[in-house]
Write a protein that binds this ligand. Structure first.
Ligand SMILES: C[S@@+](CC[C@H](N)C(=O)[O-])C[C@H]1O[C@@H](n2cnc3c(N)ncnc32)[C@H](O)[C@@H]1O
Length: 333
């Protein structure tokens, strides 16, 4: 699909402002990838073999937590790309400190990856494409650089769970205009409860940065699961799984998994969500036998009714979900 000159100009303006902000306020900086990845990958239908000994791309790597996680969990090599100099500098500093030899970071536009076709086994992009102004193009780029038989994973803001935050963001924008610092400050002053919860989710380490990511951001788009599955179809990628699940029955499976216990700490700040999740986990382990470690489940692709029901649930949960992730496999021709 050819972008018009007007489109390109719009995207260029978005890129400049988004990257400028993330360069001054590198995100996420303090993510603990360890607590998230086990549960997320199992619910995406990902086997450790999908990235062990493989070439992994982290597109829009930010401060590099996920890239370094893959590099230290068996990937042969990991390339993290981003345009934010500030984030890349932090990522590289961490890589050097931890002496991770199989990861590297490069400055690159996720909408125009300077990488060969089919050069990665596993392409991952979390929380990035909704900041670009043309997420579908970024997704096509991910698919292009993935080899047949490889895995594509993308995570985007949900138009259901993020909706409840929208009026707060709109108010910050109305009062702060294009001034990102002012918007973030207004967010901190007006919505301290939202800020407090989100900060607890990051174990009280990220207060000011969160206000930039949530209220100061220059551009973000929201997406439904149906829309993103449409991108998978256009690129001919087969569905593997989603996180959070998009079928009600997959929640019981999810909460029977031992990896939930690790993830549970990210519900700090959301006591009601955590209480319901804990109760579901107890019920699931009674109804289900605990899935064996290493089992890779084949999830069924969710139909429209399942998608609607689960996304309405996400609307109820609100900002603790924010992004949803979908994984697929590029078929071997
Ligand atoms: C919210 S952060 C996500 C970072 C990381 N993926 C994570 O979740 O831990 C978004 C990142 O996307 C990057 N970004 C936005 N537009 C980009 C573009 N067109 N090309 C490369 N990076 C971009 C920003 O610089 C920022 O580091």
């Amino acid at each position: 699909m050819q972008a018009t000159a007007q489109d390109m100009e719009r995207i260029e303006r978005i890129r400049e402002r988004v990257v400028g902000m993330y360069s001054r306020h590198p995100w996420p900086s303090t993510r603990r990838a360890d607590e998230e990845m086990g549960w997320r990958l199992r619910m995406l239908g990902i086997a450790p073999d999908d990235f062990r000994g493989k070439r992994v791309l982290d597109s829009g790597c930010g401060t590099g937590e996920y890239a370094l996680w893959y590099a230290t969990h068996g990937a042969a090599s990991v390339l993290g790309v981003d345009l934010s100099e500030g984030s890349l500098a932090l990522a590289e500093q961490r890589r050097a400190q931890a002496e991770v030899a199989n990861a590297s970071f490069r400055r690159m536009d996720v909408l125009k990856l300077d990488l060969k076709d089919e050069s990665f086994d596993y392409s991952y992009s979390v929380g990035v494409l909704h900041h670009t102004g043309d997420p579908a193009r970024g997704f096509r780029e991910l698919c292009r650089v993935t080899r047949p038989g490889g895995v594509v994973i993308v995570s985007l803001y949900s138009s259901f769970s993020r909706l409840r935050l929208r009026w707060k963001q709109a108010l910050c924008k109305l009062l702060g205009g294009d001034d990102v610092d002012r918007r973030a400050l207004i967010g901190r002053r007006l919505f301290f409860n939202t800020m407090r919860k989100m900060n607890q989710r990051y174990h009280e380490t990220n207060y000011e940065l969160i206000s930039y990511d949530v209220f100061g951001f220059p551009h973000e788009s929201l997406h439904s699961a149906g829309e993103v599955l449409g991108w998978f179809d256009e690129c001919g990628i087969d569905y593997l799984g989603s996180f959070a699940p998009l079928r009600a029955r997959d929640y019981l499976y999810a909460f029977a998994l031992p990896e939930y216990r690790e993830f549970r700490s990210t519900f700090a700040g959301y006591p009601l969500v955590r209480a319901v999740a804990d109760a579901t986990s107890r019920l699931a382990t009674v109804l289900f036998s605990i899935p064996p470690a290493g089992e890779v489940r084949r999830f069924r692709r969710p139909g429209p009714a399942s998608r609607l029901a689960t996304q309405l649930l996400w609307f109820g949960i609100g900002d603790r979900i924010n992004c949803f992730t979908i994984a697929g496999r590029k078929p071997v021709r």
